[in-house]
Design a binder for this molecule. Structure first.
Ligand code: F6P
Length: 366
């Protein structure tokens, strides 16, 4: 059966079920390296199907603000190696706004988008799922340095962040060794320890602390002391920002669990645990200890080759998902094959660290 060709500019009689032509694309949540590679992949693949790609500026907020830009060959030329996102991002959630759902639907209609591609992390996939339930044709593309989205082996951004953190650990090694110090290196990752685990193994850390498995401060100090006895007068401890400690864990330091600020998605903003740990380790053990928080450095700058390739594969695949009407789904990589899973599954839980890999890191905690 031949498909009816639709002229989208012919006004109100368009049959939306037969074809999609105008695709709105947004990047939502924290930026990460590889977003521009996805945008480039989407635009270039869309040429094949004659889709018009509209960049929605600053995440979901752009729909409310009606802030758009056409994304064509020119706009995506030369951006594969650029960090961040050329269309901006935010943690704006339309569904927490007053009358948000109806405003969103109204604005979608005004913009005349047939499909939305939402490139985002875990919080953004929740919004995408809600939008899908509200009747919008949505496709999700998973991004985040945290690598915590369920159903995909990797998210782009993670590899770059791990590379940056590993290099930082290498650099901290030389200064730690020179001064005979303990270095506590804090990495991002929210409630998943992926960045800590991979950079800790890659950088040869002596202890890796992740949210999924508690390591006592006493155990950290035992490792530092054992190393000292073996002639290693410095140690590197990698700690994930989301590691949970209670005030009982700290005997010398006043551990402040109050005054937690929230991000725009309403989640606690993390960061700072390394300062408490460094002070406590120094007070209990007598070893001079310093804390380094890598922070947003892990998200900035050029994407690694891996993230460029993964971002490009996701971008290209998501356009095929539009073509095949795979709405309400998120593309994913499983065993180096790009596939898709329902958004409902992707948001059903967090992908926390594979504890088999953590056992590998533990071999070196001695
Ligand atoms: O989700 C990515 C991430 O970088 C987390 O690892 C971190 O906790 C958070 O975003 C930081 O957010 P913000 O950029 O709002 O400080």
């Amino acid at each position: 059966m031949t498909k009816k060709k639709i002229n989208k500019s012919s006004g109100t009689n368009r049959n939306r079920e037969l074809d999609e032509k105008k695709i709105g694309v947004l990047t939502s949540g924290g930026d990460c390296p590889g977003l521009n590679a996805v945008l480039r992949g989407i635009v270039r693949k869309s040429l094949e199907y004659d889709y018009k790609i509209i960049g929605i500026l600053n995440g979901w907020k752009g729909i409310f603000d009606e802030d758009y830009m056409i994304l064509g060959m020119k706009e995506v030329s030369g951006i594969i190696n650029r960090g961040g996102t050329i269309i901006g991002t935010s943690r704006f959630n339309p569904f927490t706004e007053k009358d948000g759902s109806s405003i969103l639907l109204e604005k979608m209609k005004m913009a005349d988008f047939d499909v939305l591609i939402c490139i985002g992390g875990e919080g953004s996939m929740h919004i995408a799922h809600q939008a899908h339930k509200a009747g919008i044709k949505v496709i999700g593309v998973p991004k985040t340095i945290d690598n915590d989205i369920y159903g995909t082996d990797f998210t782009f951004g993670f590899d770059t962040a791990v590379g940056i953190a590993t290099e930082a650990i290498d650099r901290l090694h030389t200064t730690a060794e020179s001064h005979h110090r303990v270095m506590v290196v804090e990495v991002m990752g929210r409630n998943a320890g992926w960045i800590a685990l991979y950079s800790g193994i890659g950088g040869g850390a002596d202890v890796v602390a992740i949210p999924e498995r508690k390591v006592s401060i006493e155990h950290m100090i035992d490792v530092i002391r054992n190393r000292y006895i073996r002639g290693k007068r410095f140690s590197i401890i990698v700690v994930a920002e989301g590691c949970q400690f209670s005030s009982d864990d700290f005997k010398n330091v006043k551990f402040d669990t109050k005054n937690v600020k929230l991000d725009d998605f309403g989640r606690p903003r993390l960061g700072g645990i390394s300062h408490y740990l460094a002070e406590e380790i120094e007070a209990r053990s007598g070893f001079e200890t310093r804390a380094t928080i890598l922070g947003h450095l892990q998200r900035g700058g050029m994407p690694s080759a891996f993230d460029r390739v993964l971002g490009t594969r996701f971008g290209v695949y998501s356009v095929d998902m539009v073509r095949e009407k795979k709405f309400g789904k998120m593309c994913a990589i499983q065993g180096n094959k790009i596939t898709e899973i329902p958004l409902s599954k992707a948001i059903s839980k967090l992908k926390t660290v594979d504890l088999e890999i953590y056992k590998v890191a533990q071999v070196f905690f001695s």
